[in-house]
Design a protein around this ligand. Structure first.
Ligand SMILES: C[S@@+](CC[C@H](N)C(=O)[O-])C[C@H]1O[C@@H](n2cnc3c(N)ncnc32)[C@H](O)[C@@H]1O
Length: 267
């Protein structure tokens, strides 16, 4: 079933997302929390990617999600766009550690764009405000589009996919991951299979995400405690971050939510 939304529903979704992430940013204050994703762990004991430098080490597990999702292609020398770049950590990681020629992080919320710009000022890395469904980039101008844990916020996935393919060069890669219901994952896969692409990877990575949630749980619980929130807001954060024992964590454990990852090459 196709679940695209009406114009009115789309506007409501955008304002819900704006309100939610504005509150997230306000409550985080000036704490250094550059990623907002569930991360990627290695339950099979496979060797992790090289360790990040000491100042970035707390976010190793979130960067590992980018490492895995982009591992279907190579990043050195590439022009990359990250759609839904949030507070900027993923775009920073790809520019600083992966040898990209340029990375542009595109993010809906202007406040998050400002936070990313203030956190990371390095050559070849920039952040712009924009909408995933109307990308402000030239046709066939980018080598890689990355999208992590953001597309569930978009009212119209078809527009996002067609914009992504428009800005990619032929042979360019779309590296993609999100948290969805099993039904939505089937809908996404059906949509992706209709695109003029080679589907290089289509994988359920829930086990890796659960390993990450376990490994990062104590740090996240301590951060939430440090924010000194009302009981209701602390509970919201614990669940939203899928801390151990919460509803979202439980749903991931029991298959009511899945974390999926795709890599597509534009033909
Ligand atoms: C869970 S965060 C993930 C951020 C980042 N990818 C990371 O892993 O840290 C989702 C982000 O998607 C952004 N977003 C939501 N709707 C968007 C849209 N239509 N266009 C661009 N970004 C959007 C949100 O504002 C939020 O910053």
């Amino acid at each position: 079933m196709d679940s695209e939304l009406s114009k009115h529903q789309a506007q409501e979704m955008h304002s819900t997302v704006t309100d939610m992430y504005t509150e997230v940013n306000n409550e985080l204050g000036n704490r250094y929390q550059p990623f907002l994703n569930y991360g990627y762990g290695y339950p099979e004991g496979a060797p992790p990617m090289p360790l990040l430098e000491a100042q970035d080490r707390d976010f190793q597990i979130s960067a590992q999600l980018y490492h895995f999702v982009t591992s279907a292609t190579s990043l050195p020398g590439k022009d990359i766009v990250e759609v839904g770049s949030g507070r900027g950590g993923g775009s920073y990681y790809m520019k600083k550690y992966c040898g990209a020629r340029s990375v542009v992080g595109l993010e809906y919320l202007g406040q998050s764009v400002d936070i990313a710009r203030n956190s990371f000022a390095i050559d070849g890395l920039s952040f712009v405000q924009g909408d995933a469904e109307q990308l402000p980039f030239d046709t066939a101008s980018k080598d890689v589009v990355v999208n992590i844990e953001s597309s569930h916020c978009y009212p119209n996935l078809d527009s996002f996919y067609s914009e992504t393919l428009r800005i990619l060069k032929p042979g360019g890669y779309f590296c993609y991951a999100d948290l969805v219901t099993p039904e939505k994952s089937r809908e996404i896969e059906a949509k992706l299979r209709k695109l003029p692409v080679e589907l290089a990877r289509c994988r359920d990575i829930t086990a890796n995400v659960l390993a990450s949630l376990a490994a990062d749980n104590a740090r996240k619980v301590a951060l939430i405690k440090d924010m000194d929130l009302s009981e209701a807001r602390a509970g919201w954060w614990l669940n939203e971050w899928a801390c151990v024992g919460t509803t979202i964590w439980d749903e991931l454990n029991h298959g009511q939510l899945v974390y999926v990852s795709y890599a597509l090459m534009k033909i």
